[in-house]
Design a protein around this ligand. Structure first.
Ligand code: TRP
Length: 380
């Protein structure tokens, strides 16, 4: 799918015509890049917030190239003393990817630190970003607070929005499917792209965020009703949990503390079971598992009126969640039995990603006119 290259591109620098312009058409293609920090197994929040969307995009056939990155070096920015945790979770995240249906034939799965060009790009981009600009990034701000970094923020952590811009632009990504907490990173990335292109000439591609279709999917709470699922709070349902664990977790979910007797009227807002049903249930689940209700609205109405017990809605939620968790679990087991195949996929993917990012780096160096030995006349 070749589209025309903007004319402005061809008239940037009057350099060696043999070498330049050597831009590929690929930067006009539709390209996906996204990733995850390997700090733990992926959970159902990741699934509704991003993974499900990725598989849908992957299978749509609408994209020319798709990259899924396991962001180990970003994970190290706040886990420097824990490289083993990061190392182990690289494989776990890869297994989760394959389990949800990411297909290595259609998408390139790679490990961030195996792509050296990303670090060189980061270094050049850092010259285009001020300290105060990063300090204003609301996600970084919130994370610094959460992690109690106060005055001891690792420099690598502080700069991760810039390194994330390198991840995205190295692949000329046009679409970045992530949760809404990543919007400030995308904004930062677009600023870097605009600044780079205006200073050095049209080179990088501005990406768009690609949010999940359903609002309820934006931030799934933990099973305790706390705002965020997190490993340290022990409130996650992992994609790798077995059916027994999932059931136990759902049966222990936070609901409505004022709904004591079944006959009591109940609250649906802030009730974790209903938040999950908003995210996961579809009308056909009612026909299949709870035919006395047509849809979620009817179920909610009954709960509000009173006369509907928590156990019943929890059992329903469990069945709904198993409709997607069971196939994920089965696929995960089959990959777990062949870890060598998973390593092969990661190795081949990383090689391919390194190649592509290396090409972008060459374009960047050319635009910055630091491609010294491609054009000796640059050195006067
Ligand atoms: N920051 C993302 C996360 O915490 C991971 C990530 C790193 C990423 N680089 C990226 C996501 C580039 C999208 C694009 O999950």
């Amino acid at each position: 799918m070749e589209r025309s290259v903007p004319v402005s591109f061809f008239v940037k620098w009057p350099v060696n015509t043999k070498e330049y312009p050597k831009k590929e058409y690929q930067f006009m293609k539709k390209i996906i890049l996204t990733g995850d920090r390997p700090t733990g197994h992926l959970h159902v929040g990741h699934y509704v917030g991003s993974l499900q969307n990725r598989v849908m995009l992957q299978n749509s056939g609408d994209f020319d190239e798709i990259y899924f990155m396991i962001a180990d070096s970003q994970a190290l920015t706040d886990n420097a003393e824990n490289p083993e945790k990061v190392r182990q979770n690289v494989l776990q995240v890869a297994l989760d990817y394959l389990a949800v249906g990411i297909d290595p034939e259609k998408a390139t799965i790679f490990i961030q630190s195996m792509v050296p060009a990303l670090y060189e790009l980061t270094a050049y981009y850092m010259d285009l970003v001020t300290v105060s600009r990063v300090q204003r990034n609301p996600t970084v701000k919130a994370e610094i607070q959460q992690k109690n970094f106060e005055n001891s923020v690792p420099l690598g952590f502080f700069c991760y929005p810039v390194s994330q811009a390198a991840d995205i632009t190295a692949f000329h990504a046009t679409h970045v499917p992530v949760g809404e907490d990543q919007e400030p990173m995308l904004e930062q990335c677009r600023e870097i792209v605009r600044k780079f292109n205006s200073v050095y000439g049209e080179t990088l591609t501005e990406p768009d965020i690609y949010l999940p279709p359903n609002k309820a999917c934006y931030r799934l709470p933990g099973i305790d009703g706390k705002a965020k699922m997190s490993k340290s709070l022990g409130n996650c349902i992992y994609l790798s949990d077995d059916a027994e664990d999932v059931k136990k977790k759902i049966m222990s979910m936070y609901t409505d503390p004022t709904h004591i007797q079944v006959s009591d009227p109940g609250h649906v807002e802030g009730n974790t079971v209903f938040t999950y049903l908003d995210a996961f249930s579809r009308p056909e689940h009612f026909a299949q598992f709870l035919p006395e209700y047509k849809n979620l609205d009817e179920l909610k109405d009954h709960y509000r009126r009173g006369g509907l017990g928590d156990v019943k809605i929890k059992k329903f939620l469990n069945k709904v969640m198993e409709t997607f968790l069971e196939p994920i679990r089965t696929r995960r087991r089959s990959w777990e039995a062949h870890p060598d195949d998973v390593y092969d996929i990661l190795e081949a993917g990383s090689k391919k990603a390194a190649q592509k990012a290396g090409e972008t780096l060459a374009e960047v160096r050319r635009s910055m006119r630091i491609n010294y030995f491609e054009d000796r006349s640059l050195l006067k």
